[in-house]
Design a binder for this molecule. Structure first.
Ligand code: PBG
Length: 329
């Protein structure tokens, strides 16, 4: 027996890295199109898809062009689509969010009709795209986001989205008790089969920057009164535990790459699937560096997603979903 200090070089990890075939066989983590989810923006009143400057290759879609995205998603074999709506008019309580003819609800119905049996149709359940102040909830007299009054709005939105045909609702506003409130409302309205994706550990992040352009965000100020402090790791696990207890079918960590520790902790404790969202700013960093010739774009995208999977994500929301699925074929 050699001592553990002695490398007589009987142990050679490089053996398993020698050929592409060995490396493929030895890979501990794989990425499959079925576990990729594409976020999609649909804007009211557009005649043609409109590029988003801060998100190269990503568009604001029309009610017509989102149908083509749904067909492309089916052809690419990805797991689902996460829809965001950009309304033409906004008010203090985000009335368009639970209006049956609101842009997001029409988009859900269109995608559901186009591909609802081949694709998991998901919708963002939040108020920030729909309020004139840009916050994820309604405000009280002092201008603070009113947690409990916001829950009532989320309940109404949930029922509208479920009726429109969404199979999974992405509850993303970071209000306390939001999962329990939405679960109860859905069940009472006869939508016990509609699943809840809880944005459990959602951090107040600078990496949402480009998304603000994608949804024409009206926000001045910030979301630090409800989204989590980037300094906190244990709190992310606590939020996931609360959401699981309230009936979440899936829990999520967001952003992904700068929170892989939280993702790993949540994956360790969660009895339900754990997803991660590679957000707009994460994509933007890759695009900007690649555009400058500083990194290999495809390699960076592949590495970023396999790393998010390795840290514990069962599925990943990524703006690269269609492209990556194409490479994986
Ligand atoms: C809230 C929401 C946001 C994102 C997804 N859902 C914005 C925010 O919380 O400020 C960001 C996604 C991204 O940056 O890609 N409805």
């Amino acid at each position: 027996m050699t001592s553990s200090f002695d490398s007589g070089l009987g142990i050679r990890p490089r053996r398993m890295r020698r050929t592409p075939a060995l490396r493929r066989l030895a890979a501990e983590t794989r990425v499959h199109p079925a576990e990729l989810i594409l976020p999609v923006f649909v804007r009211e009143g557009l005649d043609a898809p409109r590029p988003i400057e801060a998100m190269p290759g990503v568009m604001q879609h029309t009610l017509e062009s989102v149908r083509q995205v749904a067909r492309d998603a089916v052809a690419a074999g990805i797991g689902g689509i996460m829809l965001f709506g950009v309304p033409a008019t906004r008010d203090a309580i985000g009335s368009q969010a639970d209006h049956p003819e609101g842009i997001l609800n029409l988009a859900i119905a269109a995608v559901h009709e186009e591909a609802g049996d081949q694709l998991v149709v998901q919708a963002d359940l939040c108020l920030d795209e729909f309020t004139d102040h840009g916050h994820c909830g309604v405000l009280d007299a002092a201008g603070e986001v009113d947690n409990d009054a916001t829950l009532t709005r989320y309940e109404a939105i949930a029922i509208t989205q479920a009726r429109a045909g969404a199979a999974v609702l992405g509850v993303s506003g970071m209000m306390d008790g939001q999962v329990a409130a939405v679960r109860t409302a859905l069940d009472e309205a006869g939508h016990a089969d509609t699943a809840i994706l809880a944005y459990s550990a959602k951090y107040a992040s600078a990496f949402y920057g480009p998304f603000r352009e994608a949804v024409d965000s009206q926000l001045s100020g910030n979301r630090r009164g409800y989204q989590q402090d980037p300094a906190n790791r244990r709190e992310g696990v606590r939020e996931a535990a609360l959401d699981i207890n309230e009936g979440a079918d899936i829990v999520m960590v967001k952003p992904a790459s700068t929170y892989l520790d939280v993702l790993s902790d949540v994956a360790e404790m969660s009895p339900v699937p754990v997803w991660a969202y590679q957000v707009s700013g994460e994509a933007a960093m890759i695009e900007a560096a690649a555009a400058n010739g500083w990194i290999d774009r495809r390699a960076a995208i592949e590495e970023s997603i396999v790393s998010i999977r390795r840290a514990g994500a069962d599925a990943v929301l990524t703006y690269f979903a269609l492209e990556l699925a194409g490479w994986l074929r």
